[in-house]
Design a protein. Structure first.
Length: 67
């Protein structure tokens, strides 16, 4: 998992890219991100974030691939 989340005061800053394989029409995204790269086992360092689709810095692009 390459998407990272780091604390910035009371906020979390998420950096990386996510790809969803389904069409998305919601107001929120569930994003898993690595919050502790040194955690053992590795899955212990992953957190889930509920992110509003209108969050600053978030870009949503359709892939044009629909099945």
């Amino acid at each position: 998992m390459k998407t990272r989340a780091e604390r910035d005061g009371d906020d979390w800053v998420i950096n990386g890219q996510k790809i969803w394989c389904t069409t998305f029409y919601g107001d929120y995204l569930l994003v898993a991100a690595r919050t502790d790269p040194d955690a053992e086992p590795q899955h212990a360092g992953i957190s889930a974030f509920i992110v509003p689709t209108d969050a600053p810095g978030l870009t949503i692009k359709p892939t044009g691939r629909h099945v």
